[in-house]
Design a protein around this ligand. Structure first.
Ligand code: SF4
Ligand code: SF4
Length: 164
């Protein structure tokens, strides 16, 4: 897995033009069964993928924290939301709360998340490959294939399966 993660940005760069073209077509004419196909591809891929061998999302990007996330996680640490923000978060250019630094402070050396049960919604949903109307997040997916080996494989399989 380590070698694959190392090679992923280069592989994603090589596929970028092809993926961009594919997603442009997908957006224009999404197949009727797209939600169903994505559920299936996502499920199959994550049956093969062990995120504990990877954790590249937690090491390199980190999530956005919504107000609900902040309240829930602050409560878990018995902190006030403002104290939690001061300790762990900062605002990005779009005024969203993100981690002060990556790798995420909550990621253990064994790749376990120390706040797993209360982790941000964005962590629970990453890489978003099972979400409905997948064609609407193509720009995000174009970036995620360089971070997440599972997302990379899912997009490759989509291109094989969906003849647009
Ligand atoms: S979601 Fe993707 S990047 Fe994150 S740990 Fe799993 S395979 Fe790796
Ligand atoms: S909160 Fe947990 S799941 Fe989310 S980035 Fe940090 S370690 Fe990963």
């Amino acid at each position: 897995m380590e070698k694959e993660i190392e090679q992923l940005p280069q592989k994603a760069r090589e596929k970028h033009a092809e993926n961009k073209k594919f997603f442009a077509k997908l957006k224009k004419r999404p197949p009727k069964n797209l939600d169903y196909v994505m559920q299936e591809l996502h499920q199959d891929e994550f049956e093969r993928t062990d995120c504990l061998q990877c954790a590249n999302c937690c090491k390199t990007t980190g999530p956005l924290f919504t107000n609900t996330d902040i309240e829930r996680i602050a409560k878990f640490f018995r902190l006030k939301p403002s104290q939690f923000i001061a300790q762990y978060l900062r605002l990005d250019e779009e005024n969203d709360y993100i981690l002060q630094e990556v790798p995420c402070a909550f990621l253990g050396a064994d790749n376990y998340c120390s706040i797993y049960d209360v982790r941000p919604k964005a962590c629970r949903e990453f890489p978003h490959t099972d979400r409905k109307k997948f064609q609407q997040i193509s720009n995000l997916t174009l970036k995620n294939v360089a971070i997440c080996p599972a997302a990379f494989h899912i997009v490759e399989e989509m291109k094989r399966r969906l003849k647009l």
